[in-house]
Design a binder for this molecule. Structure first.
Ligand code: ADE
Ligand code: ZN
Length: 335
């Protein structure tokens, strides 16, 4: 099964680029930029990655992002992720970034977006990896702050396909960002939001009904509402599920308890993603492998999950067909 997973071409739809910052690059950038980090060595960093919930992770994740200063730093972080895409056979990726984490430290929006987008352009040229960029608002900040960030992104509109919502979920429901999402829709952006990761399924309803999103990031709490499950099935709204993340952040006790197979068997449009792979012990293949080692997923299930990702992506129908044909070809050879 491991070989089968590795060989299949894949898409990733839920990866925070700041969550791909590996400890060794974090140390190099800290040294280069003269930024203090609260760890003596990589072992100490890894020991700190012992989370109890989403907030305990976010505190460390935002501190890690402090080492990113120049355009080259954002380029290098993104390029390191692209090399992981090559390793994981990811041929299309849709990357989140959190501009407010950087602009609040005096880094310009331009520095961030150009560093990331130049690396993605090079990934297309060198490895034929296609990509899209999703700009997320931090939900623990105000809607006014999100509006300010939205204005800042407009000169770079051609580089950003979609607007998302992430950070501390509990106490910051989607309704808080209704107006800014309305504005983003008017400007032609696609929309997604983290919902039903830690907070209950009512956040998923809000994301759908008040923000008018096209995909739900996480969404695993949907299982507690039969009515919502029926709607997600009927409308085939994609869920970008992140198994390793859910285990590391204690959303589920272990992989055997994870509900991805139940969601899939119910007929929901489920995809597998890595979320913050540098913090959650592995990239996309590792998410699939951990699931397969603990849950009864068939090869057919794996193919379905992978095809769902391509179908739920923001690429053209033509490119979707091309990629899905590749999956069919390689999937058959191995079965
Ligand atoms: N930012 C980075 N990872 C996140 C997650 N899993 N949930 C919410 N915000 C995040
Ligand atoms: Zn996420």
């Amino acid at each position: 099964m491991k070989e089968f997973i590795k060989k299949l071409p894949k898409a990733e739809l839920h990866i925070h680029i700041e969550g791909s910052l590996e400890p060794d690059l974090m140390f190099r950038l800290a040294k280069k930029n003269g930024i203090e980090i609260p760890y003596k060595n990589i072992e100490e960093v890894k020991a700190a990655y012992n989370f109890t919930n989403l907030q305990s992770f976010l505190d460390i994740y935002y501190a890690g992002a402090n080492v990113l200063i120049t355009k080259d730093d954002f380029y290098d972080m993104t390029w390191a992720y692209i090399l992981k895409c090559v390793e994981n056979n990811i041929i299309h990726t849709e990357i989140f970034f959190d501009p407010q984490t950087h602009t609040s430290r005096g880094i310009s929006f331009e520095t961030v977006i150009l560093g990331i987008s130049e690396a993605l352009n090079d990934a297309q040229k060198k490895f034929a990896i296609s990509s899209n960029i999703i700009m997320c608002f931090l939900r623990h900040l105000s809607q006014d702050d999100a509006f300010k960030t939205f204005e800042e992104c407009l000169p770079f509109k051609d580089k950003i396909i979609c607007i998302g919502l992430d950070s501390s979920e509990l106490g910051h429901p989607p309704s808080k960002f209704k107006e800014v999402f309305k504005k983003a829709k008017e400007e032609g952006f696609k929309l997604v939001a983290h919902a039903g990761e830690e907070a209950d399924y009512t956040y998923i309803y809000e994301a759908l009904d008040l923000l008018d999103i096209q995909r739900i990031d996480h969404g695993v709490q949907a299982i507690y509402s039969k009515e919502l499950m029926e709607r997600l099935k009927k409308e085939q709204i994609p869920l970008t599920v992140c198994p390793n993340s859910n285990i590391e952040l204690k959303v589920f006790e272990n992989y055997k308890q994870h509900n991805i197979k139940k969601l899939l068997d119910y007929g929901l449009n489920v995809t597998v993603n890595s979320d913050d792979p540098a913090y959650f012990k592995g990239y996309l293949n590792k998410n699939f492998i951990n699931l397969c080692e603990n849950i009864d997923l068939s090869k057919k299930d794996i193919i379905t999950l992978i095809k769902n990702s391509f179908n739920a992506s923001f690429i053209s129908d033509e490119l979707k067909n091309e990629y899905i044909n590749k999956v069919n070809k390689i999937g058959q050879i191995n079965e």
